[in-house]
Structures are given as C-alpha cells and as structure tokens.
Design a protein around this ligand. Sequence first.
Ligand code: NDP
Ligand SMILES: CC[C@](O)(C(C)=O)C(=O)O
Ligand code: MG
Ligand code: MG
Length: 337
Amino acid sequence: MAVEIFYDDDADLSIIQGRKVAVIGYGSQGHAHALSLRDSGVEVRIGLPESSKSRSKAEEEGLAVGTPAEVSAWADVIMILAPDTKQREIYAESVAPNLADGDALFFGHGFNIRYGLITPPSNVDVAMVAPKGPGHLVRRQFVDGKGVPCLIAVEQDASGNGQALALSYAKGIGGSRAGVIKTTFKEETETDLFGEQVVLCGGTTALVQAGFETLVNAGYAPEVAYFECLHELKLIVDLLYEGGIARMRYSISDTAEFGDLTRGPRLIDDSVRGEMRKILTEIQDGSFAKEWVSEDEAGRPNFAKLVEQGEQHPIEEVGRKLRGLMSWVDRPITETA
Ligand SMILES: NC(=O)C1=CN([C@@H]2O[C@H](COP(=O)(O)OP(=O)(O)OC[C@H]3O[C@@H](n4cnc5c(N)ncnc54)[C@H](OP(=O)(O)O)[C@@H]3O)[C@@H](O)[C@H]2O)C=CC1
Ligand SMILES: CC[C@](O)(C(C)=O)C(=O)O
Ligand SMILES: [Mg+2]
Ligand SMILES: [Mg+2]
C-alpha cells in the first residue's frame, strides 16, 4: 500500500495553536519542539524536575517551566520528550494522574508504547510526531525556513481528530515543509531502532573506526586516515542526500565508482546481512528493548564503559586537532538554532 505523505497545505496550524502543549524534557528534541512550536504561535510550557540541569536553558529562552506534574495538569496536549528509559516512570508519577477526557498524549518515538511500558487510558488520544533527524538539526532547519521530515502515527483516536492534531503539531515544528509520512507506532519504533543501530549510528561509526584502524595499522598517517574515513564521509553523504546513490556516483571518479561497485558488496556480504537480520529480530521480538531497560535499571555499567572506550579511540584525538584548524567547521550545537 502506498504511504500517505502530507505537506504544509495538508496541515491546519490553527488546531495546535488552539491547544495548550506541555513538552516534558528539554533536551535534543524537547528544545526543538518547544521553541519551534512557540515560534509558530503555540502556547507551550516545559515539564522538568526541580533539580533538572535543563531548567535554566528553557527559562533563558523565556519559556514557562514547571514540574512534569504541574505542566501535565495545565496542558491538553502532553508531548513526552524525556529519555525513553525514563518515560515509564514520568508517565506513571506525573502524567497519568493528570490526564483528563479529551487530552492528547504525544511521543517523539514509539518505544514505550510499542514495548508495552506505558498503557494510556482509553479516553485520550495517543499519537506520535517523530522527526527523522537529530533535535538540534530539527531546530536549525526550522530557523532556516526548512524542515526535517516527520513520521506521524495515531495509536488511539479517542477524539476522532488525532491525525489532524498530529499533523498540525508536525507543521508547528517545520515537519510538513519537508514531508510528513503516516505510519504506526510499531513501524516507526522498529525501523528507527534498526536504522540507528545498523546504518546511521552503529554501522557508520563501526565502519569509520575499522577503516581508520586498518589504514593506521598498515602504517599510514592518522591525519590522512581521518580525512579519508571520517571527514570526507560528510561530503559523500551530502551528495547521497541531494541526489541519491546515482548522483554520488556521477560525481566521483570512475575509478572510485568501479571500487564502490566491486568492493562494497564484498564488505557487506552475506554474513553482514545475516547479522542485520539478527539485529532486526532482536528489535521485533523485544529482546533489544529488554536489554536496554535492564541496562538502564542497573545504572548503565556497560553503556558507560562503551562510551568511555569510544571517547578514547585515537580517531577522536586526531579529529579534534584537525577540526581545530578548520575555521569553517564552527557551527556549534545550540539550544536556539
Ligand atoms: N535525540 C534525537 O534527536 C531524537 C530523539 N527522539 C526521541 O525523543 C525523545 C527524547 O530524546 P532526546 O531528545 O534525545 O533526549 P535528551 O537526552 O536529549 O533530553 C532529555 C531531556 O529530558 C530531561 N529529563 C530527564 N529526566 C527527566 C524526568 N524525570 N522528567 C522530565 N524530564 C526529564 C532531561 O533533563 P536534564 O537536563 O535534567 O537531564 C533533558 O532535558 C526520546 O523518545 C527519543 O527516542 C526521536 C527522534 C530523534
Ligand atoms: C538516528 C538516531 C535517532 O533515531 C534520530 C536522531 O533520529 C535518535 O534516536 O536519536
Ligand atoms: Mg530516528
Ligand atoms: Mg531513535
């Protein structure tokens, strides 16, 4: 079945402008949604614990901040943008007791609904607006007059207007400038986890590090290996983004293209494809979710060790030195754009 894609003309901004939106969490996605909704004329309050480090950032932007319970009681649309592993507790303690008939419970990713960690009551809409990009770029694109594509899904349509509300919200953060695709919580959750694990984050970082290590271990300069395996990746990805694989192949030399066509499939061989299927099965059967929730409940010991190992990798040191000499790589991640 063909997917449905919506653009600005399909979405009515006045719907979300007529609601009171609580954004719980003010991190990567939270700040982007809150600031862009506010700039789109929507009344927004931020929900954060009294002790949260993010409070001052939201207050500096002139946003009203309360506890998650306070803003949930005030709002009629509650978007939960705290870390996935914290959402179950936030929902149980602060959101659920403040849900009223006609309220809408929103998510930026379907993890907690898909894996049954949150079960909302039947009298509220349950929907998702999931940008397909990092929050800081969601905000930056909005400020630049562009948008990051979003997925929307309606899990529960108590009001009968859940889809129009989700679409209106997506317009408020710039999503419908780029395209909003209708999906389900199940499809968004499983494809998002697969994408970030196999291609966008896990696959890419492991590929970059392994390529860098192979060159350096063979005696090549780390600086040359850095440019080859990390820096130039952005330039190649820019072409993929602009015109797909064909456009990238048009721009590279025929020598590169022959190497691409003959060596790429040797690297991503049947064993790698088999591992991809295994990772997808772990996502589909809930074992990845169970592992991540248990890791979090145990205080994240493996996560912390792996983060530390990544930070110690030699590619980070050589990268810091080289980027320090590139005056044009200076667009910092900020909370405003
Ligand atoms: N990062 C991204 O770009 C994307 C994320 N998503 C989804 O968006 C959601 C949010 O992720 P992300 O933006 O990365 O989160 P971040 O880790 O960037 O931000 C988390 C925010 O939640 C706050 N927080 C932590 N604990 C609580 C609590 N108990 N109550 C209220 N607020 C709390 C943090 O405050 P403090 O400063 O005090 O820690 C921080 O402001 C997730 O569902 C994620 O899967 C979807 C698409 C992309
Ligand atoms: C690719 C990672 C992501 O899914 C995202 C930015 O879309 C995330 O969870 O952060
Ligand atoms: Mg994603
Ligand atoms: Mg994700």
